[in-house]
Design a protein around this ligand. Structure first.
Ligand code: GTP
Ligand code: SPV
Ligand code: MN
Length: 632
């Protein structure tokens, strides 16, 4: 099966290699192509060069195939490549239950849960079972299809942070999205030479003949047998059955986070589910902040926020993933390994996120949003942006009427757009040395009990706060009800190795020579009152929280220690011209019964899920919190 030692390329020689030759490819790349081709048996092989002609050709193919359609409402939608894709309704989000990490030793991947308890911190599969899963699905799965080979870089080409991958896929939609989300093309192969790369094999799959899912040729997939596999010790990803987002654009969650976090652990850096933004204060001082919020909890919105506080400017470096390491001077530096946004569409409009609205009507592939009769897009939150007389077709392609019970756009519908289209992109966003980080923010969707903002007392307390993150489930994965889930560091679906070891890795940053550790904060934009209404206006007004954070790290005396950490002193928040009345007391209150419950949940979670792998530092922080809550 493993043909990497065979350099005769027997299989490639049997089928057309459309636009390249085995001689012109690095031999390790050739061996990988041979290995995948002999397994998947495609009709031909196409090496992507990343050119505009290639992109046009692929879009043309997808249009003919009915996978995408143009959006003529937007001027020159063909020239500017603005398209709408509709997936199979059974293939709309990441599938966490079918995502596995494979290591010889199970405990390298996940903490061993208490007996009788189902582990929630990732799924482990043995190397033998991983091979078996592949052999049950992949042989011949690309029959009659083209196998595309995508050389791509995560991070600016040539940056010391960057890593190269090769994605092999049978989906032209995936090639087009990878072209937006990463840096692809032949120059990547030149940079790679004969070095190692992250191996990423993807197929949309072929359902078994007795499959119950209705499959349309415009969106092939195999939802019943979808599986996403990772082998960290071989830097290998294998994904079958889904064409959607994090399941198929393998540079994103699979590489940049799961494989990335294991590489980062071994090399002494951090791969995190974090946005990166630049903020310039009224005095003209510019600082960089990273923030980890779970999927669909506000990263894209914060990353390109338009401040309502005068004098502030926010510029975007990245909206989903940060790779960070300390430099010689002890500054934590971050790059965004991505090249595009794969952002949540619903909720985006000219009030909530004007900069996103200015970004996404050029060179964009929308997926699973609704369409308007005048050839535009629509989603929940865009009501004010379309005229009342247009008709709407929902994400499944069915007629939709205003007030209907089902949503027009799928709640996890997305735009896929190059970062360079963003009007507030930070000039340093591609700096190969990364940008210096002063603040790390954690946050979640917490309807109850959690104040708008508080600061960790120190790094260790900050790591505890990250470990304790919980958030309401969203449509980004298969979870359907709005339960409050544990989502430590917003990484629960993305840890590439044992969460306990991950905590130790974070704690060990205090030992980095000269490390200037960023200050750590926790925020919650989503607290609600008894009537179920948000207490805080959010969006642009979140700049008021960033203002408080910056003034705090600049040494202003604006915080008091509390049960949970450092809370803003009353009157220390800038509420000037706030658009609506806010009950600040309720927004910052710490109800004793709520926090007692929270401590119970955390203790149970750490005991049941992390057990012996929980670092003592984190255990101590929990006991300190429990003590403080008793005194409330
Ligand atoms: P992923 O791409 O899945 O990782 O999501 P994300 O963290 O980038 O979330 P995003 O910024 O796309 O926001 C998700 C949803 O939350 C959208 O519907 C937003 O409109 C909404 N949202 C973002 N910020 C706020 C806020 O401050 N207040 C409120 N009420 N909603 C917000
Ligand atoms: C997320 O779920 O955190 C996303 C979308 O950013 S996906 O690319 O599907 O993972
Ligand atoms: Mn994300």
């Amino acid at each position: 099966k493993n043909l990497s030692t065979n350099n005769n390329y027997e299989y490639i020689r049997k089928i057309p290699l459309l636009n390249s030759s085995t001689e012109s490819l690095p031999s390790k790349v050739c061996s990988y192509i041979e290995e995948c081709a002999s397994l998947c048996c495609p009709k031909d092989i196409y090496i992507c060069d990343g050119s505009d002609t290639e992109y046009e050709h692929l879009l043309n193919f997808l249009e003919k195939n009915g996978t995408i359609s143009p959006l003529p409402k937007y001027e020159n939608c063909y020239d500017f490549n603005i398209w709408l894709a509709r997936t199979n309704p059974a293939d709309v989000a990441r599938v966490e239950k079918r995502t596995f990490i494979s290591t010889e030793c199970k405990r390298d991947t996940i903490p061993i849960p208490r007996e009788g308890v189902i582990g929630e911190l990732g799924n482990w599969i043995s190397p033998g079972d991983m091979d078996k899963a592949i052999l049950e699905r992949f042989p011949g799965c690309m029959k009659d299809r083209t196998m595309y080979v995508i050389p791509f870089s995560m991070g600016p080409v040539g940056s010391p942070f960057s890593k190269i991958g090769i994605e092999i896929t049978d989906s032209a939609y995936v090639v087009c999205c990878m072209r937006i989300m990463t840096r692809i093309g032949k120059n990547i192969l030149e940079t790679l030479g004969n070095d190692d790369f992250v191996k990423c094999l993807h197929s949309v799959g072929v359902p078994k003949s007795d499959s119950k899912v209705e499959i349309n040729s415009s969106w092939p997939c195999d939802p019943e047998r979808t599986i996403i596999l990772h082998r960290p010790d071989k830097n290998e990803i294998v994904s079958y059955g889904s064409g959607y987002g994090g399941n198929s654009l393998l540079g994103k969650k699979c590489f940049a986070l799961r494989i990335g976090s294991t590489i980062a652990k071994n090399e002494g850096w951090l791969a995190e589910h974090m946005l990166i933004l630049a903020i310039t204060d009224p005095k003209g001082r510019k600082r960089y902040i990273t923030a980890a919020f779970p999927s669909a909890c506000g990263k894209t919105n914060l990353a390109m926020l338009k401040p309502t506080l005068p004098g502030y400017k926010i510029e975007c470096v990245g909206d989903d993933i940060a790779w960070m390491r300390f430099d010689q001077e002890g500054r934590l530096r971050a790059i965004n390994p991505e090249n595009g946004f794969f952002g949540v569409a619903p909720g985006t409009n000219c009030i909530t996120n004007p900069n996103a609205m200015k970004t996404i009507f050029k060179n964009t592939i929308f997926t699973n949003v609704a369409a308007t009769s005048d050839g535009g897009v629509f989603w929940e939150g865009m009501e004010e942006e379309i005229s009342d007389d247009v008709e709407i077709t929902d994400w499944r392609g069915k007629k939709w009427t205003r007030g209907s019970k089902t949503p027009a756009a799928h709640p996890n519908s997305r735009f896929c757009t190059p970062i360079k289209e963003c009007p507030v992109i930070d000039p340093g966003w591609e700096d190969p040395a990364g940008v210096p980080i002063d603040v790390i923010i954690f946050g979640g969707r917490r309807p109850e009990g959690i104040p708008l903002v508080y600061q960790a007392r120190n790094w260790q307390h900050g790591v505890f706060i990250g470990a304790s993150m919980r958030s309401e489930a969203t449509a980004a994965a298969e979870h359907t009800d709005k339960v409050i889930m544990h989502d430590p560091f917003a990484m629960r679906p993305f840890f590439g190795y044992n969460f306990g070891h991950y905590l130790n890795h974070w704690l060990s940053m205090t030992k980095v020579k000269n490390a200037k550790l960023p200050a750590i904060f926790h925020v919650n934009w989503f607290r609600k009152n008894a009537d179920g209404q948000y207490l805080w206006p959010g969006f642009g007004d979140n700049s008021r929280v960033l203002d408080w954070i910056l003034r705090k790290i600049d040494g202003e005396n604006i915080a008091v220690d509390s049960t949970v950490g450092l809370l803003p002193k009353s009157e220390s928040f800038n509420l000037e011209n706030l658009s609506k009345d806010v009950n600040m007391e309720e927004l910052f209150s710490l109800p004793k019964s709520f926090w007692e419950k929270e401590v119970r949940h955390l203790r149970e979670y750490f005991d049941m899920q992390v057990g012996d792998d929980l670092p003592t530092d984190i255990r101590e922080e929990l006991e300190l919190l429990a003590c403080n809550v008793d005194k409330l």
